[in-house]
Design a protein around this ligand. Structure first.
Ligand code: SF4
Length: 346
């Protein structure tokens, strides 16, 4: 048994299949590759050449041979692809695909914050604009944030942005008090709070509990686990690939999944005999869901909307991203508990 999430596509299944064929044909003609984030609508994931998390998609963008990348994700991710693949044409099917977390801070606000803390080292979660990355010393994922903080000399002040939950978590785990945290948050996290999770776990006592801290939607759960608001016993904090693999090696038949609900589609496809229960069915990123199949088709037809980053901003942002990729990756951000496992990736 599986749990499906309905994102209300107005197209009938036969129309979806016909449009997916049309998109694939046009993509071949345009020498385009379609990349889709895990939180995209199922029919968009199914037409993509590669489905993954933001770092996985960035790496794919940097290595593909196609001339055009149709990026089915949100704006800051398409910018990151454009930074890492400057010779490619990066298209975002809908410019409304923003991010409530990334939009909590812009370049001017960060420059002002830096001016208030001269000499501080800036660490930014990947959910930031290119302009903010250009003002950043180190980008980080939820998976290597602790490693990156530990890499910075202890006497240095740190400005950590924009996710206040990840910031609180790294402060707790590293014990550093000179970390200043920007009070940004993702609107989706409110749907995945300890109350929902504790309720689902009590309703399904045999279910395994999976946490996927990609994006800001589930970093609040990581913070709640490290703060003790959620029982860490048996919790599995996993990267995208860890999430997909875990049901195959686990004896559990049912899994409670704490993240944006879009990843359930991949989990169900990869593990059709298991049951997946979202911590909260309402944990849906509206920005991720603005990209529909007709918009992907239109994007290819009109070669729109092209995402570019000014070369000087791209060069500085690339440095911060490369530092992110080169440091850490196998942290243990949550105090280990009996039966728990941590593989947070990004
Ligand atoms: S889930 Fe939250 S952090 Fe991720 S893209 Fe959506 S708004 Fe941004």
């Amino acid at each position: 048994m599986t749990t499906s999430i309905d994102y209300h596509s107005p197209l009938a299944p036969a129309e979806l299949a016909a449009m997916q064929d049309e998109i694939r044909t046009l993509a071949r003609e345009r020498n385009a590759v379609i990349l889709a984030h895990n939180y995209q609508r199922p029919e968009v994931q199914d037409v993509a050449d590669f489905v993954g998390d933001s770092l996985g998609l960035s790496r794919e963008a940097a290595s593909v041979e196609a001339e055009v990348i149709v990026f089915c994700g949100v704006h800051f991710m398409a910018e990151t692809a454009a930074i890492l693949a400057p010779d490619k044409t990066v298209l975002l099917p809908d410019l409304a695909a923003g991010c409530s977390l990334a939009s909590t801070i812009d370049g001017d606000q960060l420059r002002q914050w830096k001016a208030e803390h001269p000499g501080a080292v800036v660490v930014s979660y990947v959910n930031t604009s290119a302009e903010v990355k250009a003002e950043t010393d180190y980008c980080c994922t939820s998976g290597n944030a602790v490693d990156i903080i530990n890499h910075i000399p202890p006497e240095k002040d740190i400005l950590f942005l924009p996710d206040m939950f990840l910031g609180a978590h790294v402060r707790r785990v590293t014990g550093r008090e000179n970390i200043h945290v920007w009070m940004g948050e993702c609107h989706v996290h409110a749907g995945i709070d300890p109350e929902h999770i504790n309720f689902q776990r009590s309703e399904n006592p045999d279910a395994e509990f999976l946490i996927h801290p990609e994006c800001g939607c589930a970093t609040s759960v990581v913070e709640a686990v490290s703060a003790g608001a959620i029982d860490s016993t048996g919790a599995q904090i996993l990267s995208t690939e860890g999430m997909i693999r875990r049901p195959q090696v686990s004896d559990a038949k049912t899994f409670i999944v704490a993240t944006e609900t879009g990843i359930l589609h991949r989990l169900q496809k990869a593990n059709p005999e298991k049951t997946f229960i979202p911590a909260n069915r309402a944990a849906v990123c509206t920005y991720m869901k603005v990209t529909t199949l007709p918009k992907v088709l239109r994007s290819l037809e009109l070669m729109q909307h092209r995402i570019t980053v000014a070369p000087d901003i791209a060069a500085r942002a690339r440095l911060a991203i490369e530092r992110m990729v080169s440091i850490g990756g196998h942290p243990t951000p949550v105090p280990p508990a009996s039966g728990s496992m941590v593989d947070p990736g990004e």
